[in-house]
Design a protein around this ligand. Structure first.
Ligand SMILES: NC(=O)c1ccc[n+]([C@@H]2O[C@H](COP(=O)([O-])OP(=O)(O)OC[C@H]3O[C@@H](n4cnc5c(N)ncnc54)[C@H](OP(=O)(O)O)[C@@H]3O)[C@@H](O)[C@H]2O)c1
Length: 278
């Protein structure tokens, strides 16, 4: 964000009706950002109204729908005459074997997590170029390490890594900075919203159920969303955003680091043991 815009910078946070996005929206609101938090159905329950009390504006935005994305951004820019920050957090998960996941679920996974983020970033860019603003994309450590029985979730997050790396070169001349934040496991509504396929399939069912069960156990015992919000807040206080920042349980961040320095075959063997896939 340009130095001229340090007073009440205007932020759009997608996926702010729950979990990590909600925590970031609350944190940045408390720090003086004018936050527009979004979800497909803001105001659908009491929890959302409570978020609304701390998050001044909660507006609808479906990342799968270009008209909805454009409408929300137009609304913000008409109200505020500027946009300084995008935190692209909207996302969901699909789990199951590669062979069993229905193609519609695979398309939806990519449409929300990857194309949905791309849609939002593209629509914000003209405004962010004007304000020399910032972009934080919420990726995942599953975008650094392929997760068994979550091939399409991992693919969507790996895609965001490549997207962000390329985007940073394009934005350099305009002074727009972008960073991908990679959460490990956090305790949010994500686990309950996950769409699971064919856990009773003859070929993969038993192993898929075991591995996904372990992954969900780790999520439910993961870090609190406020920790992610704190990390985003700390990043935004830096003069220069790094390319990526992982946040969450230490052993998961360690695994991402280990993957870079040990042979792939050894890393795979460790993962097989961790998930009991022998
Ligand atoms: N929790 C974890 O362990 C974890 C780990 C790594 C990465 N992440 C990433 O963190 C992000 C947030 O996840 P979370 O854990 O906070 O999950 P969550 O509690 O389920 O929140 C997901 C948010 O995304 C929104 N959303 C879902 N589909 C949408 C769509 N089509 N259009 C617009 N908004 C949509 C939801 O809002 P509505 O339902 O109101 O539309 C909700 O606000 C995701 O990108 C996820 O991949 C989470």
């Amino acid at each position: 964000m340009s130095e001229a815009s340090t007073l009440n910078p205007v932020a759009l946070i997608t996926g702010a009706t729950s979990g990590l996005g909600k925590a970031v929206a609350e944190r940045l609101s408390a720090e003086g950002y004018k936050v527009y938090g979004t979800g497909r159905n803001p105001g659908k329950d009491e929890a959302l109204s409570r978020a609304g009390a701390r998050c001044p504006h909660l507006i609808p935005l479906d990342v799968e729908n270009q008209v909805s994305v454009d409408g929300a951004i137009d609304f913000i820019v008409k109200n505020e005459n500027r946009l300084d920050l995008l935190v692209a957090c909207a996302g969901m998960g699909v789990a199951g074997s590669v062979e069993d996941c229905p193609i519609e679920d695979i398309e939806a996974q990519m449409d929300v997590n990857f194309i949905g983020t791309v849609r939002t970033v593209r629509a914000c860019l003209p405004h962010l170029r004007r304000s020399r603003g910032r972009i934080i994309i919420i990726g995942s450590l599953a975008g650094r390490i392929g997760i068994p029985f979550q091939a399409f979730y991992s693919s969507s997050k790996f895609a965001l890594e490549g997207f962000l790396e390329s985007l940073r070169y394009e934005l350099r001349p305009f002074g727009v900075q972008a960073c991908i934040v990679e959460p490990g496991d956090f305790k949010t509504g994500f686990t309950g919203s996950r769409k699971k396929s064919a856990l009773n399939s003859a070929a993969y069912g038993a192993m898929a159920a075991k591995v996904i069960g372990k992954q969900e156990y780790d999520e439910m015992h993961g870090s609190l969303p406020t920790r992610l919000a704190e990390a985003v807040s700390a990043l935004l206080k830096r003069r220069k955003l790094p390319l990526r920042r992982s946040v969450g349980p230490g052993f998961q961040r360690f695994a991402a680091w280990l993957k870079r320095i040990i042979p792939a075959s050894l890393f795979e063997a460790l993962y097989v043991i961790y998930y009991g896939m022998r």
